[in-house]
Design a protein around this ligand. Structure first.
Ligand SMILES: [Zn+2]
Length: 248
């Protein structure tokens, strides 16, 4: 196994460690989520300093140790300055980072998740879409990439979809008026919210800016997606979710 590895990385987490180091959680295109130490990154003249800040994107040269990586070189390629400066954007950027950190295993590469996070941060940076809507978009897309795409095209029980519809975590998506009442945990869902979820699952971030969403629909979608995460994944509670909620 090569000891040196070159990766493209997004900084999900960065905190001071010891005298002048930083401890990082990186999401890399090549290796997935990893932990790394950036030695001396807090020293005045460190060449690593800019590249290892939260929300940075860069090219990293890493040394593979027994339990952790060490950053030997890093060149920043993007810093997402607006996300750092504006509280609403910051809260959302942090939430996306924490969601990825909690939802993925270490050392499992998934370039599509790398792309999703990068393009979401880049879009957030423009300030064109409400952070809360971008968060819902990201949650749905991430579910899909983790292998838990909600079933929204027709009833998950019988395939048909007439009349009222229901949502069921256990069935993995929507149920029809015949199947829904038989599922003790299913709750009724508005068609508008279902259509919104379908749209977000297929959309690119650039399309979100012009999307108008009613408050009730947004609330319903949020509740549904959160409940789906709790049922299907081990993410537990996301600290920055409350912060995002408060700010937006
Ligand atoms: Zn059905």
């Amino acid at each position: 196994m090569h000891k040196q590895v070159n990766v493209q990385a997004l900084v999900l987490y960065s905190r001071p460690l010891g005298e002048g180091d930083r401890l990082l959680t990186l999401y890399t295109r090549e290796l997935g989520k990893i932990s790394a130490v950036a030695p001396g990154a807090r020293k005045m003249k460190s060449k690593l300093a800019a590249a290892v800040e939260l929300f940075s994107r860069g090219q990293f040269l890493l040394y593979r140790g027994r339990s952790m990586y060490t950053v030997t070189q890093a060149a920043q390629e993007g810093q997402h300055q607006a996300i750092r400066q504006e509280l609403k954007l910051y809260a959302c950027g942090l939430y996306l980072a924490e969601l990825v950190t909690k939802a993925v295993e270490e050392n499992e590469a998934n370039p599509a998740i790398f792309e999703l996070l990068l393009e979401s941060w880049q879009h957030l940076e423009t300030g064109k879409t409400k952070p809360a809507l971008l968060a819902r978009f990201f949650e749905l897309k991430l579910l899909d990439l983790l292998g838990y795409r909600p079933h929204l095209d027709g009833c998950a029980g019988c395939g048909k979809c007439r009349g009222a519809i229901y949502w069921s975590d256990k069935s993995g998506g929507i149920l029809c008026a015949d199947c829904g009442p038989g599922d003790a945990d299913a709750f009724s869902l508005s068609r508008g919210t279902c259509a919104l979820a379908q749209y977000l699952l297929k959309a690119k971030p650039g399309r979100l800016a012009s999307l108008r969403v009613e408050v009730e629909q947004h609330k319903e979608l949020k509740r549904l997606v959160q409940s789906f995460y709790q049922y299907w994944t081990d993410i537990g509670s996301i600290k920055s979710a409350a912060f995002l909620e408060e700010i937006t």
